[in-house]
Design a protein around this ligand. Structure first.
Ligand SMILES: *[C@@H]1O[C@H](CO)[C@@H](O)[C@H](O)[C@H]1NC(C)=O
Ligand SMILES: *[C@@H]1O[C@H](CO)[C@@H](O)[C@H](O)[C@H]1NC(C)=O
Length: 193
């Protein structure tokens, strides 16, 4: 009896282990909404690394502004805390607005700091040129606009930029203190497929 018990228990163990896998298999089939895919079939075999240099134009003045205030700042904030602007800003190849149009930066920025002018930027760079036409990537990050260079993460993308990750470096090219109009150079470093 003492000899039979361990054998019996090991057989029981095996039985339970198999039942366990069987249940996983069955439940996997029953809820077949998710399955593993072959990355190569989706063209995900070679990651690319792309640098894009473009100029971002934030125009608040004039009759057709590209940035519009949708939430005013709280009263008496020296950092415009609470302000929120919705943007549809042109992205061009050169610093002049008349240079080649590459796409638009669509989203918003909001003043999120009470100590300095620090923006939360949330925008999609939507491209219209060549093989990038129709593709987007998303920039979400902190922008202390009076710093020389501000770095923000690229957190995803579509089209050519599927699975995008990376960062942008923003550098003010021109800023008009009276109107608030700004031209900012964006150097984008993006990993994608
Ligand atoms: C804002 O500042 C003005 C002038 O200093 C003051 O009269 C007013 O009460 C302040 N408002 C708030 C909400 O603190
Ligand atoms: C970009 O794509 C749109 C929609 O597919 C198309 O109408 C437009 O002509 C394209 N532009 C360029 C420059 O390829």
């Amino acid at each position: 009896m003492a000899k039979i018990l361990p054998i019996l228990s090991s057989q029981l163990n095996i039985f339970f282990i198999f039942s366990f896998f069987f249940i996983i298999f069955i439940s996997g089939e029953a809820h077949g909404f998710a399955k593993a895919l072959d990355e190569k079939l989706f063209g995900l075999n070679e990651e690319k690394f792309t640098h894009l240099r473009l100029f971002w134009h934030d125009i608040l003045s004039g009759t057709s502004p590209t940035a519009v205030q949708v939430v005013p700042p709280v009263a008496n904030s020296s950092t415009a805390f609470g302000l929120m602007n919705m943007i549809d800003d042109p992205l061009t190849e050169g610093p002049e607005l008349s240079s080649k149009m590459l796409g638009r930066a669509q989203g918003f920025y909001a003043a999120a700091s009470q100590q300095e002018v620090g923006l939360l930027m949330a925008m999609n760079f939507a491209f219209i040129k060549g093989k990038y036409n129709g593709s987007t990537f998303t920039v979400l990050g902190r922008n202390t606009v009076f710093s020389k260079v501000r770095e923000m993460p690229v957190i995803g993308g579509t089209g050519v930029f599927r699975f995008a990750r990376g960062y942008v470096q923003a550098k003010t090219y021109k800023f008009d203190q009276n109107s608030g109009d700004a031209t900012v150079e964006y150097n984008c470093y993006v990993l994608h497929y």
